[in-house]
Design a protein around this ligand. Structure first.
Ligand code: GSH
Length: 173
């Protein structure tokens, strides 16, 4: 059975949605980010990066990173393109989400990771907010006139939805 280590209001939501819609039985382990559980000794043994999501596979191995977890779940549940060019586009978008959109958001939610001087935090957050909003607009443009990011519903869509949730939770304040 697959088990997802997740946190409410975090990017683990994408894998959570996919698992929930899969109708396959799966386990859930909640990690309380506000309490710093991601940095606990026991969780760092599961993911030394101290982040969710982590997917524990049927055989017990724990795998981190949305860029790995989402294509894996997509292939398992028929939510991943089979055509090589469509797969290339999907990987390109997942990479953009994980390596560009998410770090922009981290400037808003965790400015202390980017400067030691608290006086700079507001500026870092503002810069992150501007970048994050710009990326959301790019995603919107990509969706213009279509229902899904790919040719059909895929793991890309719940991943994109995650940004709207994070936007609502943090960026609009
Ligand atoms: N590169 C990782 C990043 C995961 C990540 O940053 N997750 C956040 C939640 S959205 C987290 O666990 N934050 C806890 C922390 O930064 O301490 C991925 O894309 O899966």
């Amino acid at each position: 059975m697959l088990t997802l280590y997740y946190a409410p209001g975090a990017c683990s939501l994408a894998a959570h949605i996919v698992l929930e819609e899969s109708r396959e039985r799966y386990g859930l382990e909640r990690v309380d980010l506000a309490k710093g559980e991601q940095r606990s000794e026991s969780f760092l043994k599961i993911n030394p990066h101290g982040r969710v999501p982590v997917l524990r596979l049927d055989g017990g191995e724990a795998i981190s990173e949305n860029t790995a977890i989402l294509p894996y779940l997509g292939k398992r549940f028929g939510l991943w393109p089979k055509d090589p060019t469509a797969e290339l586009r999907a990987l390109s978008l997942i990479g953009f989400f994980a390596a560009t959109v998410h770090p922009a958001h981290a400037h808003i939610s965790r400015p202390e990771r980017y400067a030691t001087d608290p006086a700079l935090f507001a500026h870092i957050q503002e810069t992150g907010r501007t970048a994050f909003h710009g990326y959301l607009k790019q995603i919107d443009q990509r969706l213009a006139g279509r229902q899904w990011l790919g040719e059909q519903y895929s793991v890309l869509d719940p991943y994109a939805f995650t940004w709207t949730l994070l936007h609502w939770l943090h960026a609009v304040r």
